[in-house]
Design a protein around this ligand. Structure first.
Ligand code: F6R
Length: 608
């Protein structure tokens, strides 16, 4: 989603800002812009489309001279993607420039008020309102003007603001949209995400809700919305910046698929000690865990699919009732949460607006929330009552692969922990489950090594119109994710169906040659899924099956079979998803799609 970078210091600002914006490209955007004060006035350059266009327009920032500036990559919410709607936005005298992530929810009322006061809007954005509103309140003191604006605007924002009358200062503020600041010997930085400034500094401070920052070249001051100065601690970012580079792979997505064995092992192994599952981060005693009566899992997109799998696994192994909700539904459906329940939110970015809102809604109702999160220090990680980190490392490709695989592991570990405490599995079975878990990294590696066969198969489907995925139980959860992976990056229409539900409508879409991917990893459901495969085959479908090694029976109903190594059926998702990720990837590559940055999508969905 939108990205912000700003700099003030001894070096030329524009090249630093453009470099920072390029590190945020993976988040998804449709236009970009930059504002730099040249010693006399603020100059803005903007362009619709890729950042490359802006880089060319400004000769990589060379033509925009100056030591203070702000830049932005925009993912359109209000107003079409265009140069005019791109940020930064000026006030009418062009003495103030603003970049903004988030949504100003009362912008229509503010726009009307400003028009009545004689302000003219040139764009369709909610952000331009902020620039004019700052102008309206500005009487020579930037901090005072910004605090007044923050009292007027509703919604979410991360803001970067510069004033031509105060070229020695850069301002930033935040509410419900991520923002960090950092410093090195040569200057200070603002950014919406850590990778943007990692090349320049590892010392960052997370700006909290309704805080304002005033950066000068050599120091940073933090304020509340009432202009009271506050002290904040910085943290050192430990990430390896190499992890955010392609390292010889054609796409980040492929690289990240290959990082799955490591991510899975890193998330799993430190939490298995002496034959037990140890999750210290839960901050809950065994008695407290035993008193949990029900679990709600809330998430969006692929993380929701992890939740669907988690429901099957937790209910099966720990015999505890689980409800799974899409965060965007949960937050507005006035849910009845049962007393004694635990809420788990799952998020790679830790910034997804709906998931964050679901977390807050649960806390407001008095429930403790466990976050399963990948990005350290993200909003969900900071606001959850406890955090179980997935150790996937930075995920750049918009379509998640390695974060998804590590989220599955986090839920398996929880299921085993609950199963142990609730005594729902025998010791021998428990030990076997741990052994199966430990084998997953190698088994994933093995499946990845089969990529050439899958690529050949995928090439046959680059012209497909519709592709269906079917399965029962956990296989349905796997189908949901397999279908999403394919459609989001290849733009081929695809649906996932619970196999038994097909004949209640969707089967009418099956035509001669339609590809149906049937997932069959649950032995007690094999016969049922095979019947559904036979039904679609009889109507002309070409059936691809993903099933367990040794399940030869399936060959009677399938046209092409991919086998996965032996594991406990509860963990089958971790293996069956690998060929489906590869299939989606190679169909998209075959079609020439922009795999890492699919159209209309953003990596971190920080607006509703
Ligand atoms: C799909 C994908 C999305 C995310 C969803 C939630 O490949 O990546 O569906 O899973 O937007 O994002 P996080 O996990 O950051 O909350």
């Amino acid at each position: 989603m939108c990205g912000i970078v700003g700099y003030i210091g001894k070096r030329q600002a524009a090249p630093i800002i453009l470099e920072g914006l390029s590190r945020l490209e993976y988040r998804g955007y449709d236009s970009a812009g930059i504002a730099v004060f040249d010693g006399d006035k603020i100059n803005i350059s903007k362009a619709a489309g890729r950042l490359k266009i802006l880089e060319e327009m400004t000769h990589n920032g060379e033509t925009l001279k100056g030591f203070v500036g702000i830049g932005h990559t925009r993912w359109a919410t209000h107003g079409v993607p265009s140069t005019i709607n791109a940020h930064p936005h000026y006030n009418r005298e062009e003495t103030i420039a603003v970049v903004h992530n988030g949504i100003i929810e009362n912008y229509i009322a503010l726009r009307k008020m400003l028009k009545e006061k004689g302000y003219e809007m040139v764009s369709d954005t909610d952000t331009e309102v902020v620039a004019h509103l700052i102008d309206y309140y500005y009487k020579g003191n930037p901090l005072e003007a910004i605090t007044k604006v923050l009292h007027r605007v509703e919604g979410s924002y991360a803001l970067g603001v510069i004033f031509s009358e105060h070229p020695d200062q850069l301002f930033a503020a935040r509410k419900d949209s991520p923002l960090i600041v950092g410093q090195n010997e040569e200057g200070c930085f603002i950014a919406s995400d850590v990778p943007a400034i990692l090349k320049y500094t590892r010392q960052v401070t997370y700006v909290d809700n309704q805080e304002i920052v005033r950066l000068r070249g050599d120091h940073m001051h933090f304020y509340t919305v009432d202009e009271e100065e506050i002290k904040k601690e910085s943290v050192t970012i430990e990430w390896d910046s190499k992890a955010a580079e392609k390292g010889g792979y054609e796409h980040f997505m492929l690289k990240e698929m290959y990082e799955q064995p490591k991510g899975v092992a890193d998330t799993l192994l430190p939490r298995i000690k002496d034959g037990e599952v140890v999750i210290d981060e839960l901050n809950m005693t065994d008695e407290e865990l035993l008193s949990v009566k029900k679990i709600y899992i809330v998430a969006c997109g692929s993380a929701y699919h992890v939740g669907v799998t988690g429901k099957y696994v937790l209910e099966n192994l720990a015999r505890i009732s689980v409800e799974v909700d899409l965060a965007s539904e949960f937050r507005y459906r006035n849910p009845v949460l049962e007393e004694g329940a635990m809420v788990i939110v799952v998020s790679q970015s830790g910034e997804t607006a709906d998931t964050l809102a679901a977390l807050r809604e649960s806390q407001k109702r008095g429930f403790k929330v466990l976050g399963i999160v990948n990005v350290v220090g993200s909003s969900i990680a900071r606001e959850a009552d406890s955090v179980l980190y997935t150790w996937a490392g930075p995920e750049i490709a918009v379509a998640t692969t390695k974060a998804y695989s590590t989220q599955l592991i986090a839920l398996y570990l929880l299921a085993l922990k609950f199963a142990r405490i609730r005594k729902t599995v025998e010791d021998k079975v428990f030990a076997g489950l741990l052994e199966d878990l430990k084998k997953l990294p190698d088994q994933i590696e093995l499946l990845l090594s089969n990529k050439n066969h899958i690529q050949k198969f995928a090439n046959r489907y680059i012209g497909a119109k519709d592709i269906f995925f079917i399965g029962r139980g956990i296989d349905y959860a796997i189908s949901l994710e397999g279908s999403l992976k394919l459609k989001e990056i290849s733009y081929i229409h695809s649906e996932a169906y619970a196999a038994g539900e097909l004949k209640h409508g969707t089967i009418s879409l099956i035509e001669e040659g339609t590809l149906v991917a049937a997932v069959a990893t649950q032995p007690e459901l094999f016969a049922k899924t095979i019947s559904n495969m036979v039904e679609v085959k009889a109507r002309g479908a070409f059936v691809l099956a993903v099933t367990n090694e040794g399940n030869m029976e399936i060959e009677k109903a399938a046209d092409y079979v991919i086998y996965i190594p032996e594991t406990n059926p509860c963990f089958a998702n971790s293996l069956a998803i690998i060929p489906l990720q590869l299939f989606g990837y190679y169909v998209a590559v075959g079609k020439g799609c922009d795999v890492d940055k699919p159209r209309n999508l953003a990596k971190s969905v920080t607006v509703e």
